[in-house]
Design a protein around this ligand. Sequence first.
Ligand code: HEM
Length: 417
Amino acid sequence: MHHKNDDNRHPDQPPLFTWEFAGDPYPAYAWLREHAPVHRTTLPSGVDAWLVTRYADARQALADQRLSKNPVHHSEAAHGKGKVGIPGERSANLMTHLLNIDPPDHTRLRRLVSKAFTPRRVAEFAPRVQELTDHLIDGFAARGTADLIHEFAFPLPIYAICDMLGVPPEDQDDFRDWAGMMIRHGGGPRGGVARSVKRMRTYLAELIHRKREEPGEDLISGLIRASDHGEHLTENEAAAMAFILLFAGFETTVNLIGNGTYALLRNPGQRERLQRALAEGDESLLATGIEELLRYDGPVELATWRFATRELTIGGQRIAEGDPVLVVLAAADRDPERFADPDILDLARTDNQHLGYGHGIHYCLGAPLARLEGRTALATLLRRLPDLRLSVDPAELRWRGGLIMRGLRTLPVEFTA
Ligand code: HEM
C-alpha cells in the first residue's frame, strides 16, 4: 500500500479544508484512510499536524498516554513559534481544564467533578430539558418556518447547562451572547472570542464566590462541595471546570441536534421508521438512533489536540517528539474495517462502538447530558412537527469552517403550523 505523509498532495487526493471539504469531508477522509492513514498536513492556521484516520489507530491514539493534552509539549509552542489555536488560550486561568491536562492532575480533577456531575443529577434534569425544548418549539410552531440552528439547537444546550450550573435566569442571555461569539468565531478572528472568554471568566469567578457563601442544589455548589480524600477544587479549578462544562457541552450539542436533524431529513425512510416507533411509544430506536447519528455525522470531527511527549509510531508511521496529533473521529467512525456499510445511516445499528465521544481517560464527561438533550430534542421535534422538511436545497446549506467541530450554520425548515 502507498503511504504518503508529506504536504505534497497526491494528484488523486481530494483537498482538505476547502469549502467543498467543509460541506462533505467524508470522501477526502476515505481517501486518507486508504492511501495515507496517518497523514502529515499543514492546517489552515499554518501549524503542521498528523491526521489519524483509521478506527484502530484512532482508538489506540486516544488512549495513548505518550500523547499529552498539555500544549507545552507542542514543539512549536516550546520554541515560541506558532500557536496551536485553542480558543481563549490567553486566559490562562480557565485553560487549566480537563482537556488541556494529563494525569495525575487530570485524574484528581476528573474524580472530583464526577462526584458532582453524576448520571443521577442528569437524570433528575430530564423534566427541565423537556420543558426547555417545548418552550423553544412554542416560539416558532405557529409560524410554519424556522431556522432550527438559531431558534432551537443553539439556545437549548446553553440554557440547559446554565440552569444546571446555577446561572440565574436573568443572566443566561449574557451566556447566550458570549457563546454565540465563541461559536461564530471558533475558527476565525480571536478578538471577540478573547473578550467573551474574559467576561465569562469574571462572571464565573463571581458566581462561584457567591455560591460558596450561599450554596444551593446546583452543579456549581456541587463542584464547590465535592471532596475526595479531603481534597477540594480551588476556586480557580471550579471556575475552569464550569468553563469547560459550558465550552465542551455547548457547540457539541448544537451540532448533535443540527447534524442529527439534517441527517434524518435527508434519510426519509429512517426518519419515518423512527417517527412510527415514537408514535407507538417505543424509544429503543431513538436510543440506538442517537448513537448512530453520532457515528454517521457527529459533532466532533477531530478530537482536541494531542502532542507527542516522545518519539512514537502510530499505524507504522514515525511521529517525532513535540508533533501535534489530531485524531479524526469522523474518519474513524466511517472505517469499513470496523463498521458494515459505514456510509449508510442505520438507526437500528447495534454493533456501534463509535468514537464520537472520544475514548480513554478524556472520554466525554457530558455524554449522559448530551444523550438526554439529543433524545429529547429530536423526539420532541418529530412528535410536534411531524411533517418537518428542509425549506432550501441542501446544496445551499453552509457548514461552519472550524477545525475541531462539524456543524451547520443554519437549518431552514418548514412544516404545517
Ligand atoms: C470530552 C464529544 C457533549 C463535557 C469530549 C470528547 C469528545 C466529546 C469527543 C473527548 C475529546 C478528546 O479526547 O480530545 C462530545 C459530544 C457531545 C458532547 C459529541 C454532544 C453530543 C458534552 C456535554 C458536556 C461535555 C453536554 C458537559 C456539559 C465534556 C468534558 C470533556 C469532554 C468536560 C473533557 C473530559 C476529560 O478531558 O476528561 N466530549 N461531547 N460534553 N466533554 Fe463532551
